[in-house]
Design a protein around this ligand. Structure first.
Ligand SMILES: [Cu+2]
Length: 83
C-alpha cells in the first residue's frame, strides 16, 4: 500500500493509470477517501518505489516522491490537492 495525494475521480484514473503503466504491476486501485493505493505487482519486475516514482511523474505526491511544480501546475483545477 502506498499513500498518494489526490482529490477526485480524475485523480483516481490518473494515479491508477500511472501505476499500471509500470511493467510488473498487475493491479492498482486508489481509494479516494483514505488516499491509499492498493497495489499488486511482481516483485521480480518492479517495486513500490518504482511505482511511487511513476505516480509522482504523473503529478501526484507520494510519501517519498513529490511531483515537480510544472507537472503539478498542469493538473486540472479540480485536482489541485496541495490547496
Ligand atoms: Cu482530480
Amino acid at each position: 500500500m502506498l499513500a498518494v495525494q489526490g482529490l477526485c475521480e480524475m485523480c483516481k484514473d490518473r494515479i491508477e493509470k500511472a501505476a499500471k503503466s509500470v511493467s510488473g504491476v498487475t493491479s492498482a486501485s486508489w481509494d479516494i477517501k483514505t488516499k491509499q493505493l492498493h497495489l499488486n505487482f511482481d516483485p521480480v519486475k518492479t517495486s513500490a518505489d518504482a511505482v511511487a516514482k511513476a505516480i509522482a511523474k504523473a503529478g501526484h505526491d507520494t510519501d517519498k516522491y513529490k511531483a515537480d511544480k510544472a507537472t503539478y501546475d498542469a493538473l486540472p483545477a479540480c485536482c489541485k490537492y496541495r490547496g
